[in-house]
Design a protein. Structure first.
Length: 224
C-alpha cells in the first residue's frame, strides 16, 4: 500500500472581532483568554484571512447548533473559517454569500468595536481580489430625506407594522429572516457545486476534513 498524505486544513473560528485558531498551551505567539464556558484557552489571533473559496459547508450540531464553514485555499495552505449561524458574523456571511463565487479569491475581515455614539458594531466584512467590498445580496441603504433607510431585495422578508414591536417580535422576525437566508444559502451552494463540476478546480474533502468539521465552533459572540 502506497503512503498517503492527508490534506491538512487549518480550522479557524471568528470571535470578538478576530480570526482565531485554538492551539495547545505554550504555543509560540498564542494568546490566552477565558471563553464563555469559563475555560482558559490558547489561540493564535489574526486580523484577516485571504484565499480562494473552494466550498462552503453547513453543520447542524445537536449540542452546539448551526454553523457555516468557508473553506479557502491560499497556495499550498488550506483553511476552514467557521462561524456560528446565530452570531452577527454568521448573519453577515449569509447576507453576502450569494454574491460570492467558488474559485474566486476574497479577504475576510471580522470587526468588533464601539462607534462614536458608543454603539457596538460587530460583523464580517468581505472584499474581492480588487479590494471591492462585497455587499449584502438582500439589503440596500439609500438615503431618504437625509436619513439612511433599508431597502429589502431578492425576496428577503421585510418587517411590517413594526413601530409597536417589542423584543420578542423582533426576535421572531430575525429568526424568520435567518431561516429564509439559510434556505437561499443551500440553493447557492448547489448552484456553485454544479458550476464547479463543469470546471473542476477544487480538491475533494478528505476524511480528516470531514472529521474536523464535526468539531464545535468556539464563536462566543452575541446572537444574530
Amino acid at each position: 500500500m502506497g503512503l498517503q498524505q492527508a490534506n491538512n486544513r487549518n480550522y479557524l473560528n471568528i470571535s470578538i472581532g478576530k480570526i482565531r485558531k485554538k492551539v495547545a498551551t505554550g504555543t509560540p505567539g498564542a494568546l490566552q483568554r477565558e471563553n464563555k464556558n469559563k475555560e482558559v484557552i490558547s489561540e493564535l489571533v489574526y486580523d484577516s484571512i485571504s484565499g480562494i473559496i473552494e466550498y462552503i459547508s453547513f453543520k447542524d450540531h445537536p449540542d452546539f447548533g448551526k454553523s457555516w464553514t468557508v473553506n479557502v485555499k491560499d497556495g499550498d495552505e488550506a483553511f476552514g473559517i467557521k462561524v456560528s449561524e446565530g452570531s452577527r458574523y454568521g448573519g453577515d456571511l449569509l447576507k453576502k454569500m450569494p454574491n460570492l463565487k467558488y474559485g474566486k479569491s476574497y479577504t475576510f475581515f471580522p470587526f468588533d468595536f464601539n462607534d462614536q455614539n458608543g454603539n457596538r458594531k460587530t460583523g464580517l466584512s468581505i472584499k474581492d481580489s480588487n479590494d471591492n467590498k462585497i455587499d449584502s445580496y438582500y439589503h440596500e441603504f439609500p438615503k431618504v430625506n437625509g436619513k439612511f433607510t433599508v431597502k429589502y431585495l431578492n425576496g428577503h422578508p421585510a418587517p411590517q407594522d413594526f413601530k409597536n414591536w417589542d423584543k420578542e417580535d423582533w426576535k421572531v422576525y430575525f429568526m424568520q429572516a435567518l431561516k429564509f437566508m439559510r434556505q437561499r444559502a443551500f440553493e447557492y451552494i448547489e448552484v456553485q457545486k454544479n458550476e464547479a463540476e463543469k470546471a473542476p478546480i477544487f480538491e475533494e474533502k478528505t476524511t480528516i476534513d470531514k472529521a474536523i468539521e464535526e468539531l464545535p465552533s468556539f464563536d462566543d459572540d452575541i446572537p444574530f
